[in-house]
Write a protein of this length. Structure first.
Length: 365
């Protein structure tokens, strides 16, 4: 194999694929990236148990070939190389990367042990890549991938209905949901796929800037003309109906987002016990934020608000859960919809962006 290509494009491709590789795979070849040079292009592929990534970039190919290089090391090396172009050549069982006066040699992994790559399925439709990446980033904070017994907590549900796509993430204490426009392919069925959240976010970010094609087949996938990722679907066992327990809200209050975030962060300075909580009160034209600490310190803030409808109410929240929802409200003011101190509260933009909603469970005092 012998080729020259743009250093930055190769560095970005290897960084994305290497991020998805397992840290200590049982099969050594799975720690590598597959480089395939043919005609006037170079393809970089990575395979993990749940994610397969593939990038194509233009290259001046002198000799075609197929090799496997250590993934994370190759990505680190390419990220630090100077120069605009990278020359890649082979020296026996080693790959030589050179740019200007700098060079680096990588030992090859056995290409014959590399897993077979899955073919791209027929897409179900397309979505704007930048909007899709923003939407996944907006809701991903409501997921929790650390609960191994409940993998659905770390997943994002991708569903389409006609020309609308809905993305949902929940860890049973929070629910974040975003809708956006979707262009279904002719004759394609609606999507209904539970995808690994962080892998979906990484892929969406890597493909932002153009049209993204999605498929909900097994495995699910998304891609552009030059990049593609296949994602293993997540087990739905035990996942609740996320909309079943949304109450009929009886109290609505509106407050500016920035002052409320600042007040909550100040209250967190006091709420320093093992399970910090804050008390948010809605009454008349005010919203209050209170917290108490183990040392007897007390924080209280009062903010102007608009109580549009309903009775006064006080609800306790985990501050980090409340902040997660507030930081993704794109309007200047947020509308709280409340039912009782023991049922979830809903946050939405007071004006404009009605495509995002965030529900958060209260905590006991």
């Amino acid at each position: 194999m012998k080729l020259r290509c743009d250093r930055r494009e190769l560095a970005e491709a290897t960084a994305w694929s290497a991020k998805q590789l397992a840290a200590k795979p049982t099969v050594p070849a799975r720690a590598g990236l597959l480089l395939e040079a043919a005609a006037d292009s170079l393809t970089v592929s990575g395979v993990d148990w749940d994610v397969t990534t593939r990038s194509s970039l233009p290259a001046d190919v002198g000799e075609p070939g197929r090799i496997v290089v250590p993934g994370r090391l190759a990505a680190s090396v390419l990220a630090t190389f100077p120069g605009e172009y990278i020359d890649l050549t082979l020296d026996g069982q080693q790959a030589v990367l050179a740019s200007g006066d700098a060079s680096f040699t990588l030992s090859l992994l056995p290409a014959e042990d590399y897993p077979a790559l899955m073919a791209r399925p027929r897409p179900a439709g397309t979505v704007d890549g930048s909007l899709f990446a923003d939407a996944v980033g907006q809701i991903i904070g409501a997921s929790d991938p650390t609960v191994a017994a409940k993998p659905w907590m770390g997943a994002v549900h991708v569903a389409t209905d006609g020309e609308q796509m809905t993305l949902t993430a929940t860890d049973s204490y929070r629910l974040a949901e975003r809708t956006l426009t979707w262009r279904p392919a002719d004759g394609a069925a609606d999507l209904d796929a539970l995808m690994p959240g962080q892998a979906l976010l990484d892929a969406a970010k890597a493909m932002a800037g153009g049209e993204v094609l999605l498929s909900g087949d097994l495995p699910a996938g998304l891609g552009t003309a030059t990049r593609y990722a296949s994602l293993a679907l997540v087990d739905r066992t035990g996942r609740p109906d996320v909309h079943k327990n949304i109450p009929r809200f009886t109290t609505t209050g509106t407050v500016e987002v920035a002052p409320l975030i600042a007040a909550i962060r100040r209250a967190c300075l006091v709420a320093t016990d093992r399970k910090p909580k804050i008390l948010v009160g809605f009454k008349g034209t005010e919203v209050s934020v209170r917290a108490a600490g183990d040392t007897g310190a007390v924080a209280r803030d009062t903010l102007p608000a608009d109580l549009l409808d309903g009775d006064p109410m006080q609800i306790a929240f985990k501050p980090e859960y409340l902040l997660e929802g507030l930081q993704h409200i794109t309007a200047d003011a947020v509308r709280f919809e409340l039912h009782s101190p023991t049922r979830p509260a809903r946050l939405q933009a007071a004006t404009g962006d009605a495509d995002y909603q965030y529900l958060v469970m209260p905590v006991r005092l």
